[in-house]
Design a binder for this molecule. Structure first.
Ligand code: HEC
Length: 445
């Protein structure tokens, strides 16, 4: 699929996109059912309110607003292309394999894609103004996104301010900041928030926790606290699990900035923490860790590469989220579980249209998050394409090596894991089995 999609994007738009669309399950059905006349005010506006406006409004990360007919109309042909290739909304995850129930899943359904395509193909008509739904009252873009769910953060840790020039090279801003916290607290949620103007230039903002070691020197704690990427909301730690924010810690920021034409003075990106009440004791501890992959990552000009990492635990675990990390040659990634006793191999997640611009975390819904028995093996695979077929490839004529610059490659995934014991594992399994078939429908397919 991926090659068809990328070729469609760059060369044979029409023919191949029609092919891709025809392959989307459900498309034929809605087309035969006679989509009928599709209008902006009746059919498209409600769909965009739900799926596009959060980013495509003033003060958010989308490059243009998609709220009124006048704003949307000039973009109609490009919107058609971007929804067919499933580049927009940005959520890259295969629809026909592995677990499909994900939190913060932004994908459109095949019917919604077909509706948008039919509308553009019919000349993108406005329709009756009386059909226009009332505008959405979006929260202030400067607000924390999680505030709607959890109220204001219990603790805010700002990075140090930085002046961003209008033009120039990528910048990395890596201040070390003290976390003003006198006692350990268990976290409920974490969100990273650039300022409103900063949102257009802050591409990634990662934080690593540092604690004083035996000699008082600060030591990085390996695991990342959170990884912000354009479009990613933050992290919610599932109920019953806990991630600890230890007292007297420090946060090392790593903020990657692309100047984009507008100078910003004193940009401050903030980290917000929501705590469980004092005295809360989680049943199980969750961690977000970096799982590395082995294998040769020296990619020749016009070559490809594949790397795989294996990991198993001596206790049962639940995998809560999966976020592959690669750069511009990265094209696909999968997460599987291998059961040595039966030889069975189960695909949990597959992303075959991976895009380095969107470093997304796929968070499994609580009732389908994969339960991994002690001794089973988590297998993560990542694929790289240094040929001209990869539309994101800046230069297929050079060798690519491991490294952290954008033109180098990396091979790891950030995976949140809740560490269970046998009793917890059995209990969660039994709870899931007891769920009604309705609640389970569309389960872990
Ligand atoms: C999570 C935020 C987000 C959501 C949701 C989102 N977009 Fe976007 N969109 C962006 C960003 C950021 C860009 C610019 C970067 C890029 O092209 O990847 C973009 C780019 C685009 C472009 C290309 C503009 C250009 O100049 O190349 C189109 C068209 C588009 N979006 C349409 C849509 C439509 C239609 C929806 C809803 C069905 C949607 N987007 C949902 C963030 C979003």
């Amino acid at each position: 699929m991926r090659k068809e999609k990328s070729a469609g994007r760059w060369a044979l738009g029409g023919v191949l996109s029609t092919l891709v669309i025809a392959l989307l399950p459900g498309f034929a059905l809605s087309q035969e059912g006679g989509a009928g006349e599709v209008t902006f005010t009746r059919d498209i506006a409600p769909l965009f309110q739900q799926n596009c406006e959060a980013c495509h409004q003033p003060g958010q990360i989308g490059p243009m607003s998609l709220i009124t007919y006048d704003q949307v109309r000039p973009w109609a042909p490009m919107i058609r292309e971007k929804v067919i290739t499933q580049e927009m909304p940005p959520y890259h995850y295969d629809t026909n394999i592995g677990i499909q129930e994900l939190k913060e899943d932004k994908r459109l359904s095949p019917e919604e894609i077909a509706t948008i395509v039919a509308w553009v193909d019919q000349g993108a008509p406005m329709g009756d103004p009386a059909d226009m739904p009332p505008p959405v009252a979006w929260p202030d873009p400067a607000e924390w996104k999680f505030a709607e769910m959890f109220g204001q953060p219990d603790l805010i840790v700002p990075a140090k301010p930085i002046d961003i020039p209008a033009a120039g090279q990528d910048l990395w801003w890596e201040p070390l900041v003290e976390v003003p916290l006198a006692e350990d607290r268990w976290l409920k949620a974490i969100e990273v928030k650039p300022s409103v103007p900063g949102r257009r230039v802050v591409h990634h903002a990662n934080t690593t926790l540092y604690l004083p070691g035996v000699d008082g020197e600060l030591e990085g704690q390996g695991g990342r606290y959170t990884e912000y990427a354009s479009g990613k909301l933050g992290e919610i730690i599932p109920d019953g699990a806990g991630r600890l924010l230890p007292a007297n810690s420090f946060v090392r920021w790593s903020i990657h900035i692309f100047p984009n034409g507008e100078a910003i003075e004193g940009e401050v990106t903030e980290l917000g923490f929501w705590f469980h009440p004092e005295g809360y004791e989680p049943q199980y501890v969750q961690d977000l860790a970096n799982y590395r992959m082995d294998g040769d990552l020296d990619i020749p000009p016009h070559g490809t590469a594949m790397v795989t990492g294996y990991h198993s635990w001596d206790h049962p675990v639940r995998i809560d989220s999966f976020q592959p990390h690669m750069h511009l040659r990265g094209v696909a990634s999968s997460l599987e579980i291998f059961y040595p006793e039966t030889g069975e191999r189960e695909v949990v997640s597959m992303i075959s249209n991976w895009n380095a611009e969107w470093q997304l975390s796929h968070i499994y819904e609580d009732h389908v998050a994969p339960l991994v028995p002690a001794g089973a093996v988590m297998v993560v695979t990542q694929w790289y394409d240094n040929t001209v077929d990869n539309p994101h490839n800046p230069d297929p004529d050079v060798w690519v090596y491991r490294g952290s610059r954008t033109g180098d490659e990396m091979s790891h995934s950030w995976i949140a894991v809740t560490h269970l014991d046998q009793e917890g594992y059995e209990r969660i399994k039994a709870e899931r089995e007891a769920m009604t078939p309705v609640a389970q429908a569309g389960g872990d397919g």
